[in-house]
Design a protein around this ligand. Structure first.
Ligand SMILES: [Zn+2]
Length: 264
């Protein structure tokens, strides 16, 4: 089996995983794309390899999912190679939470606001920037933290079922400095109804990291952040039971565990 086929054999991921795809460079190869879950994701060249990251949503069905790798050799044509990612099931517990009633039974004004913000964030996640802004491994936004809590948990707020928890909660007191997990562009930095003070970073290739419930925001939309840039301070704004950092990652719109990113 050559290196290309070897790279595509036995791809497996759990629900809620980010999965790095790497294939070897070959003479004449000018572009590579992965077709994954209805999206076309570019791979970027990194010396002797082509790399990208694809996302397996936390609610993705267990079993085989089709992945097609397309290699563009310019005048020599394009080659398409079908492959599969075996998605394995994860057990996500249910968590019961109690929050201020206004975050569960929304006023008409807040309903309208939450719906508008949901459309705004959905449009961000649906945008795939075709370059990779980062080159180093990802790191945890609170140095020294090695794990998060509650990723994928089914949630019941004040007795009512809500969306699963799509990020990792990191222990933090109000005022704890929060640093960018990798290089990328700030695409949102403002107060949201559920998320409180929020910072969204576009890392390129459809990878976004978000930092929620901040007490203070220290960056502005459009700013390019280097990995490790101070972006805000942890807090307890929005729908929370206390101060912490909610760190979320989307990969081509799939909700993935930030701790499954390359480097973590
Ligand atoms: Zn959270």
């Amino acid at each position: 089996m050559n290196g290309f086929l070897a790279a595509l054999a036995a791809l497996t991921a759990a629900q809620g995983d980010a999965l790095e795809i790497a294939i070897p460079h070959e003479a004449g190869l000018i572009a590579v794309y992965a077709e994954w879950e209805e999206q076309r994701v570019p791979l970027v060249r990194d010396t002797d390899r082509w790399l990208t990251v694809i996302g397996v949503d936390l609610d993705s069905a267990p079993g085989a999912h089709a992945l097609v790798l397309e290699r563009d050799f310019g005048a020599a044509g394009r080659r398409r190679e079908p492959a599969q990612v075996q998605v394995t099931a994860k057990q996500f517990p249910t968590t019961e939470l109690t929050v201020e009633p206004g975050y569960v039974d929304l006023s008409p004004a807040n309903q309208e606001r939450a719906a508008r913000e949901a459309r705004e964030t959905a449009a961000i996640y649906a945008t795939l920037t075709p370059e990779r802004y980062w080159s180093e491994p990802f790191s945890v936004p609170i140095p020294g933290t090695t794990s998060g809590n509650n990723f994928g948990h089914r949630r019941v707020f004040n007795g009512q079922s809500r969306d699963p928890h799509s990020g990792a909660d990191l222990r933090a007191t109000t005022g704890t400095p929060i640093y960018a997990a990798n290089r990328g562009r700030v695409v949102l930095a403002k107060d949201l109804f559920y998320s409180g003070n929020a910072v969204f970073i576009d890392h390129g290739l459809g990878v976004y990291s978000v930092y929620l419930h901040l007490s203070e925001i220290r960056v502005v939309p459009g700013e390019m952040l280097e990995k490790g840039t101070l972006l805000g301070l942890a807090g307890a704004t929005g729908r929370v039971t206390g101060p912490h950092l909610h760190w979320g990652v989307r990969v081509q719109n799939a909700r993935v565990d930030p701790f499954s990113l390359p480097g973590l």
